[in-house]
Design a protein around this ligand. Structure first.
Ligand code: FES
Length: 204
């Protein structure tokens, strides 16, 4: 059967199996892997997406049922963070940051590590520094920075995270640092909480 729906602002049509779950459609068909499949009991909330603005567990919804609806995933929220940060940079006469896929991968992995730990920390028992991670991912750099944030039950989690960072001198400095030119953003959900990681880079 065919399904037509809007995902992160783009209308698309795909051929699907009638019993395909929305979580698998997003992850496997559209490769939007920011939506996680974290349990078999519909309890963990890792799979939550917005359907017409309302949170739904995508492991409980058939992709066919999403036809005609608008879906927003974690990737859309990451784009919102990038847009908001670049608006702030423009307002302060800074050049916008370009999104780098490698930095986004590093940021997503760390955001999900934070979500699993349920705590914010730039360092952990088994964690390399952000610089070590970026180097290990094959990105040489002259300068690197990292902002972490989390929030729960925020009406707009992406804006809340960026606004919160602007209240903290160190995080604000990263957002407005003229030397940075690239960024990667990762968001991971645990229960009703969102964990954010943004990596900033000046390439070598
Ligand atoms: S995968 Fe756990 S609630 Fe959906």
């Amino acid at each position: 059967m065919q399904v037509t729906l809007t995902v992160n602002g783009e209308e698309l049509t795909r051929e699907i199996e009638p019993r395909l779950l929305l979580v698998h459609f997003l992850r496997d068909t559209l490769e939007l892997t920011g939506t996680h499949w974290g349990c078999d009991t519909s309890n963990c909330g890792a799979c939550v997406v917005l359907m017409d603005g309302m949170p739904v567990k995508s492991c409980t919804v058939l992709a066919a049922m999403a036809g005609g609806h608008e879906i927003r995933t974690i990737e859309s929220m990451e784009q919102d963070v990038a847009r908001h940060v670049n608006e702030l940079r423009r307002a302060h006469d800074r050049l916008p940051l370009g999104i780098d896929r490698t930095l986004s991968r590093v940021a997503r992995e760390y955001a999900c590590a934070l979500a699993r730990r349920g705590t914010l920390s730039h360092e952990g028992p088994s964690r390399q520094s952000v610089g070590d991670q970026v180097k290990a991912a094959g990105k040489p750099f002259r300068m690197v920075g990292e902002n972490l944030a989390w929030n729960q039950n925020a009406q707009n989690p992406a804006s809340s995270a960026v606004n919160g960072c602007m209240q903290s001198p160190g995080h604000r400095e990263n957002i407005l640092q003229a030397g940075f030119s690239e960024t990667g953003i990762g968001i991971c959900r645990r229960g009703s909480a969102y964990y954010f990681t943004q990596v900033f880079l000046r390439p070598a």
